[in-house]
Design a protein around this ligand. Structure first.
Ligand code: AMP
Ligand code: MG
Length: 447
């Protein structure tokens, strides 16, 4: 029986990545328009549980930040002009601690006066700087004329106007946007939300990502494998990566290397917001994923990328009416799918390079480019040219002693080597020898 096959489209890494970024950008457009629901459903979450979620509203300043001119030091609030001649002796007319009630703060300080002030306290009108307590000494002094005892401070260091004071509104003005919609919330964004009184935040719902492992040799983790069988590990690594990218993994049963059974499960998976398959995309006689998707008249953006590991990676989308899937989880026109090569390291790397941007866009996140560190190679690398390589490596040492070296591995099936690694060294496609000591790009593996 003749079957339609996807026309091979093997792209360079850069081109494949560009295709992925373009599709991710289209999803973002869908996000902005409520009528085109590729993503965009939102929910409210407690601030304590908002870390890692993607904000679907803007967080704005409910008042100026800081709301008053804030002292950044323990010391004395002064008029900087009073310190042109040192040592200066100023009258201490009060003390302001952090959180001092407004009616207990001197309305103004005049020439020759100072106020003891603590870090985080409001600087009173008239003062334009704070001298650190380390440069002062306070004492009591009896006035010769009246005999009244007053407090004075001797100051031995001058200050510039504005020193150790953050002016009101310098960090943000009331009403200004502090955290944009589409930002993944980290501890700083959450602290900012807390500082403006947002105990609940509106975030995008996590997209549901179907994970479909294929292969007649694959058995579940709780099954005792026959000598030639392999336990399914890819579904578990993918679940971790999907969660990290903001999705909710839904593990489907393992698909057989047989057309009908595979098709049934692919149809199921396409009802989710994204379908990620692993295995069955190479050139073997039983690699049937592309064939099934071709029969379903899927659109393929690429069917390979010139990388190692992960060369046979597939990216495409399947329109709902063509694919004949049942009711999708959300109203949408098509479902994106990735066919990731089954070798465990290939699965991990290709998810990171290609699936992640699409999932992040579906999760509502604003697009971002791949981020690389740079480190010196501790030991030379020799490879064949033609593929951009992402090789498991260990980044170690600190500051000027930091460096990176490849882990010894048995190729892209070697999960044990990858578990010892903490990054991937990126080797350009045209380099066959990189000597020790050269700077190389490093892709960090998140925890
Ligand atoms: P494939 O891409 O289907 O040709 O598979 C490539 C290699 O990855 C084979 O050695 C498979 O046994 C292995 N493999 C495929 N799927 C998985 C999986 N889910 N977990 C662990 N190994 C897998
Ligand atoms: Mg297979």
């Amino acid at each position: 029986m003749s079957v339609p096959l996807a026309i091979p489209k093997v792209l360079s890494f850069e081109d494949a990545r560009r295709v992925v970024e373009q599709q991710a950008a289209l999803i973002r457009v869908g996000n902005a328009r409520a009528s085109d629901l590729q993503a965009g459903e939102t929910e409210s979450v407690d601030l304590l549980h908002a870390a890692g979620r993607v904000l679907s509203e803007c967080v704005t300043a409910d008042r100026d930040l800081p709301p008053f001119p804030r002292s950044t030091r323990d010391g004395y609030a002064v008029r900087s002009g009073d310190l042109s001649q040192l040592a200066a002796i100023l009258d201490v007319i009060g003390e302001i601690k952090a959180g001092e009630r407004l009616d207990r703060i001197p309305a103004s300080i005049d020439r020759g006066q100072a106020v003891a002030i603590m870090t985080g306290a409001p600087v009173p009108a008239g003062a334009d700087a704070v001298v650190m307590v380390e440069h002062t000494s306070q004492r009591e002094k009896q006035l010769e004329t009246t005999g009244v005892e007053i407090t004075v401070v001797e100051i031995n260091r001058s200050v510039a106007a504005g020193e150790n004071v953050v002016p009101r509104g310098a960090e943000a003005l009331q009403g200004s946007v502090l955290v944009e919609s589409g930002v993944r919330l980290n501890e700083a964004a959450i602290a900012l939300a807390a500082s403006v009184g947002k105990s609940q935040l509106r975030v995008y719902k996590r997209p549901r990502v179907a994970v479909l492992t294929t292969g007649d040799e694959i058995v579940g983790v709780d099954t005792a494998p026959d000598p030639t069988q392999i336990r399914n590990s890819n579904s578990y690594s993918l679940a971790v990566q999907i969660r990290r990218a903001g999705g909710d993994p839904v593990l489907l049963p393992v698909a057989p290397d047989e057309l009908q059974g595979l098709r049934r499960l692919i149809e199921d998976g396409l009802k989710s917001d994204l379908l990620i398959l692993t295995g069955g995309v190479s050139m073997g006689r039983y690699d049937l994923v592309e064939q099934v998707l071709s029969e379903m008249r899927a659109e393929f953006f690429f069917t390979g990328a010139k990388i190692q590991p992960g060369r046979p990676v597939v990216f495409g989308k399947c329109a709902e009416e063509k694919c004949g899937a049942g009711a999708p989880a959300r109203e949408k026109q098509a479902t994106y799918f990735f066919g990731l090569p089954g070798n465990p390291v290939s699965t991990m790397v290709t998810f990171e390079l290609f699936a992640r941007p699409v999932l992040e866009a579906l999760a509502g996140e604003a697009p971002r480019t791949l981020r690389f560190l740079h480190a010196r190679l501790k030991r030379e690398v020799r490879v064949k040219t033609g593929l951009r390589r992402f090789l498991p490596a260990i980044l170690s040492g600190e500051f000027e002693l930091s460096g990176v070296e490849l882990v010894a591995w048995q190729g892209s099936g070697d999960i044990a080597a990858t578990a010892r690694a903490n990054c991937y060294v990126v080797i350009p496609a045209d380099r066959e020898h990189i000597p020790a000591g050269e700077w190389v790009a490093v892709m960090k593996i998140d925890c």
